[in-house]
Design a protein. Structure first.
Ligand SMILES: [Zn+2]
Length: 378
């Protein structure tokens, strides 16, 4: 431990391991060199980029949360139906007729390669519609909290906001601490519903992660070169005359780095993770079995360990954070506060554009459908 806000992270290689640097530097006979950075003394070091390791943690966190809801039959289909109905109704409330719904269908088709919306978008892209965590690669990913100001104006952002509320991916009654220094007198201090728990912990559209992952470095690691035949993934066949040389780190190497908590946020506290956030990482680390490229040929078997403070739990942390989030969501959507918070946000958005609009029916539609989603996952 290096103080309360930093934890050490160690990665050991159990098989050949390759993290690509893109184009080779120096040695031109290598097509893909292992990722390297220069240290302060100008010495080159093999490193695993912080973004690579963070991406692995995020993927396993999303998977753990999705496991909770995927066990329930038809959840993606029902969530899709609830969301589509909510978009249709809000479109009516906004006086847009079916335009918002048509745009939703367009986004859902873009998500897959569907030509018609009747072709079960929830089967083709289930993660796009699952409650609680967003799919960052989907059309319906979390949007920036301030994009609520585009509500009713920008169709995609309006739909993303509806998705994040109706699919219980954000808790509208959280006023994050960022607000306190941005708030100006008379400027209508706004609720800023944070992101879904995955974006919240690991960063997402416009949200810097509160957890900063350093690169993992190694001082002594044996490396080797392997020439492979490049495979054309589309045809599944060996591409003619395409040999490809990659540099790997041998089994038995140790990479080390750290994760630092950059800032406390109200949302982190809401997940019960303001202090023992490292416990979640430790648990997820046990699930990271393979990392880097060429996994299909047995590369990238790793063991990742995260040090946690002695008074923090070493297991059950993800389950605990999940329960805490569900409790918070239930309390929020069952209380009247959620309507006040949403009403305030909507009014603010419209007033900024000089529109004076009755937002009650929109708020009612959002809350009614969010409660329907809640019924789906209880
Ligand atoms: Zn998200």
């Amino acid at each position: 431990m290096q103080g309360d806000r930093t934890v050490r992270i160690v990665l050991r290689t159990l098989s050949e391991f390759h993290v690509g640097a893109g184009a080779a530097r120096g040695a031109s006979h290598i097509d893909s060199a292992f990722y390297r950075l220069r240290d302060a003394n100008g010495r080159e070091k093999l490193v695993v980029p912080g973004s690579t390791i963070k991406g692995a943690f995020r993927a396993h966190f999303e998977e753990k949360i999705r496991e909770k809801v995927l066990g329930r039959p038809n959840v993606a289909q029902e969530a899709y139906n609830i969301l589509r109905k909510a978009v249709k109704d809000v479109g009516m409330d906004l006086g847009l007729g079916n335009q918002l719904l048509n745009h939703f269908d367009y986004m859902a088709r873009r998500e897959t390669s569907l030509r018609q919306i009747g072709e079960k978008p929830w089967e083709n892209a289930p993660y796009a519609y699952l409650p609680l965590v967003c799919d960052p690669l989907s059309q319906f990913h979390c949007n920036h909290p301030l994009s609520v100001l585009d509500f009713g104006e920008d169709r995609s952002e309006t739909i993303r906001f509806i998705a994040s509320v109706v699919l219980l991916r954000r808790v509208p009654t959280i006023k994050d601490r960022h607000d306190q220094h941005e708030k100006k007198e008379g400027d209508g201090a706004m609720w800023r519903p944070p992101y879904c728990p995955a974006c919240l912990l690991f960063g997402g559209a416009g949200n810097p992660s509160p957890l900063i992952f350093s690169h993992l470095e190694t001082d002594k690691a044996a490396t080797g070169l392997q020439t492979r035949v490049s495979i054309d993934r589309l045809r599944g066949a060996a591409a003619p005359a395409r040999l490809f040389t990659a540099e790997y780190v041998s089994p038995g190497a140790t990479f080390e780095g750290h994760v630092e908590l950059a800032e406390h946020t109200a949302a982190l506290e809401a997940l019960g993770l303001d202090r023992c956030w490292a416990s979640v990482l430790r648990e997820l680390a046990n699930n990271i079995k393979q990392l880097g490229r060429f996994k299909s040929v047995g590369y990238g078997l790793v063991k990742v360990e995260v040090e946690v403070p002695h008074d923090c739990p070493t297991q059950g942390a993800v389950e605990q954070a999940y329960k805490q989030y569900i409790d918070l969501v239930k309390r929020t959507y069952e209380s009247g506060n959620v309507k006040n918070a949403l009403r305030e946000m909507m009014k603010h958005a419209f007033e900024r554009r000089g529109e004076n609009r009755d937002v009650d029916s929109i708020v009612d539609t959002l809350v009614k459908n969010a409660r329907a989603t809640l019924g789906l996952i209880q």
